[in-house]
Design a protein. Structure first.
Lengths: 242, 107
């Protein structure tokens, strides 16, 4: 056995092990697709009034990050563990980066929750405000940020996965904000000068974010597919069974 | 003793447990991960079940690897991990072999 062959053995093992902990292959592609679908759903006409069996569309969309987690687990189990588990060598720097993403998302969700609580407490958002034209989202949706946080330390194993999950969660929050603003916000906001500017700025930010999410989603689909092909190449590189 | 005279002894000093190709492959794979399942080790080395078992038993008896047995549901799953002694032996073997081989470009 020559040195390059030994190096190839080591490299194949490391690559295969990466799929058990850091890479997610098709799950990344699926996450990109879901991010794009979320954008399309949110851009559908009358998004805020769309109902399915007496529920608002957003009440289904907020579960998309969990659906992705479930699909990711399924993909990982069925596609990337066919030859048994190979635990990669621990990498402290990688773990720190993973936790950076987890804590980053946790801080974002905390900030959103605290802002929502402050908005209700200060009277800016009024839960008893009735607006016949808009369908207010149910209040249980405010618990979602906490639910999003729960599975992160255990189910988000790699940085790529953390990115996908963060984009999906951030999108859900992004689409929830208009619901709460328009359903519980001050009446006739466009009539006030400050609101007009706020509305324009929010619109620009929203358009930029939508474009970024779509680009990211497309890139994630390509990256995930490439990763999957790399995995298939690993399987092809393995010797035939004895 | 001349350098050429020292070579045979250096060759004889090679760790024969590591020197065997199948065991060398096993140790190389194990050194590239924290824990490796039996199935993957079998596929990547291309060894038969019996052959792999016999080599891993030998390596375990020497203290170069340890066997981890867990149950996934009701199915027993066997994995292996390299020990510190095994890692040292592999590193030493590489060093010895490199010092024995002629430099590139020289016959």
């Amino acid at each position: 056995m020559t040195t390059p062959e030994l190096e190839a053995l080591g490299a194949l093992t490391r690559e295969y092990a990466a799929f058990q902990s850091r890479k997610s292959g098709l799950a990344t592609a699926l996450g990109g697709l879901m991010a794009v679908v979320l954008v399309i759903a949110a851009l559908s006409p009358n998004f805020m009034g769309v109902h399915f069996t007496d529920r608002l569309l957003i009440e289904y969309l907020v579960w998309v990050p969990f659906l992705w987690l479930a699909l990711k687990g399924l993909v990982s189990r069925t596609l990337y563990r066919g030859l048994g588990t190979v635990k990669p060598t621990p990498d402290g720097a990688y773990e720190r980066r993973r936790w950076f993403w987890i804590l980053g998302l946790a801080l974002f969700l905390l900030a959103v929750t605290l802002t929502a609580m402050y908005a209700f407490a200060s009277g800016f958002l009024q839960s008893n405000h009735s607006r016949a034209a808009l369908c207010p989202p149910p209040m249980w949706i405010l618990v979602m940020p906490f639910l999003y946080l729960l599975p992160m330390p255990w189910l988000i194993r790699g940085i790529e996965e953390a990115r996908v999950y963060s984009v999906l969660v951030a999108q859900c929050i992004l689409w929830l904000i208009p619901f709460f603003l328009f359903s519980f916000g001050p009446p006739n906001p466009p009539m006030q000068s400050g609101w007009g500017l706020f509305g324009n700025l929010t619109g620009i930010v929203l358009v930029v974010l939508i474009e970024l999410i779509q680009i990211w989603g497309a890139l994630a689909m390509i990256r995930g597919w490439k990763e999957h092909r790399k995995y298939l190449a690993i399987l092809r590189a393995l010797p035939r069974e004895a | 003793m001349s350098k050429t005279g020292a070579l045979p002894k250096a060759i004889l000093d090679l760790d024969r447990i590591v020197h065997e190709p199948a065991r060398l492959a096993i140790l190389t794979v194990l050194a590239s991960a924290e824990e490796v399942a039996f199935l993957f080790l079998q596929r990547i080395t291309g060894l038969s079940k019996g052959n792999l078992s016999s080599h891993t038993q030998k390596l375990e008896a020497t203290g170069y690897l340890e066997t981890v047995k867990v149950f996934q549901g009701r199915i027993p799953v066997t994995s292996f991990r390299i020990t510190e002694d095994g890692r040292t032996a592999l590193r030493l073997y590489h060093q010895q072999l490199r010092s024995l081989l002629p430099k590139e470009g020289k016959p």
